[in-house]
Design a protein around this ligand. Structure first.
Ligand code: PHE
Length: 358
């Protein structure tokens, strides 16, 4: 047997015997690496006479090609086997029950947010969003708050440091109403949106936290009037509290961005220490609403002679407390796992109007 045939046999045996990708790589380096046995033969061809090279060249190149092919084939085989072994070792049995102590839950505010989005989506509202950090224009000016007017203070606004170049002071949005402005400026009517999100006011007591959540609603179209507003909100509130109907009153109020403005109250009885709807002489304030002020439409590039609309805004955390009997607002933001375990919802019980909300 020639030296070349012996070397080939040895290498093919070594390749066949490699038990891992790493062992195979050692064989490859010993044969085809810089100072490998096959590389040595290839380099040696340079010193051969033309006749020798004509005779030996094809044999050495052929050896190199067969060894390379054998290594590639073995490598594919070993990699497939290693992947199989890993898949076996890291296999997760999805049918095993979850560990109960690791169970996560959905916060009541987020649950109620999802319920509201589901109900409004069914009524044809799309979800719109805006930034938590707003500028004065979107949070106040476009919404018809006069410059320097005390109404701006009314909101106990958190101001950011003024921009050193422009002097502009951004704010943490005090309500979700700036999303009305962003939507009207970027879309053409008909508009039907809700805007859920975080809002901020410098206020902290038993019924106020500096961060809370609101859902805003906005409808703009031709011939929209208070009747549409009342029916939309009464239908929504009844469905939200899972009642056939609610007895509501719309009490005159003032917001700079709506005219007329109202607060919606629903009839209830709290005398027994429990909240019961549609009976008694008590009224529960639920939300603020009104017809979009013509100045706001103009500020957003919409012709008030052609289009009208209504808007509303409500506190999501407060409605979550009312619906699920949470007595105190502040622990809602404490991130205490015992509180969350008690008041939280299963992540699998996604609310939808067909299968029921809660
Ligand atoms: N932005 C108002 C608030 O935060 C609520 C509201 C929204 C009122 C839309 C009327 C119309 O108090």
């Amino acid at each position: 047997m020639t030296d070349l045939a012996t070397l080939e046999l040895e290498l093919i045996n070594a390749i066949g015997g490699a038990e891992s990708v790493a062992a195979l790589e050692e064989v490859r380096v010993a044969a085809l690496g810089k100072s490998g046995s096959v590389s040595g033969l290839l380099k040696g061809m340079g010193a051969m006479s033309p006749d020798e090279r004509r005779e030996q060249g094809p044999m050495i190149n052929g050896l190199r090609d067969r060894v390379s092919a054998a290594i590639a084939a073995k490598k594919a085989e070993l990699e497939a086997a290693e992947l199989d072994a890993r898949l076996q070792a890291e296999r997760v049995d999805l049918t095993l029950p979850a560990r109960p102590r690791r169970k996560g839950g959905v916060h009541p505010t987020m649950q109620v947010m999802d319920e509201m989005i589901a109900l409004f989506a069914e009524m044809g509202f799309a979800v719109a969003e805006g930034p938590d950090i707003e500028d004065d224009f979107h949070n106040f000016t476009a919404l018809n708050f006069p410059p320097k007017h005390p109404a701006r203070e009314m909101h106990d606004t958190f101001f950011l440091k003024p921009d050193p170049e422009t002097g502009e002071r951004k704010v943490l949005r005090t309500h979700t109403s700036p999303v009305q402005v962003r939507t009207m400026m970027s879309q053409t009517p008909p508009i039907r949106i809700i805007a859920p999100g975080r809002t901020f006011r410098k206020d902290s007591d038993a019924t106020h936290t500096p961060m809370f959540h609101q859902i805003e609603g906005l409808v703009i179209d031709r011939d929209i009037h208070m009747g549409h507003l009342k029916t939309t909100l009464q239908t929504f509130i009844a469905r939200f509290f899972e009642l056939d109907e609610v007895q509501a009153r719309f009490r005159p109020h003032h917001f700079p961005f709506t005219e007329p403005s109202a607060e919606m109250d629903i009839r209830c009885d709290r005398s027994g220490g429990k909240l019961v709807f549609n009976t008694g002489d008590d009224w529960l304030e639920i939300l603020g609403c009104g017809m979009v002020h013509p100045n706001v439409l103009k500020n957003c590039g919409i012709d008030p002679d052609e289009y009208q609309g209504f808007a509303f805004g409500m506190g999501v955390d407060r409605l979550a407390m009312l619906k699920y009997g949470v007595p105190d607002l502040r622990p809602m933001f404490d991130a205490d796992t015992r509180w969350l375990a008690h008041y939280g919802f299963s992540a699998f019980a996604a609310p939808n109007p067909a299968s029921g909300l809660s």
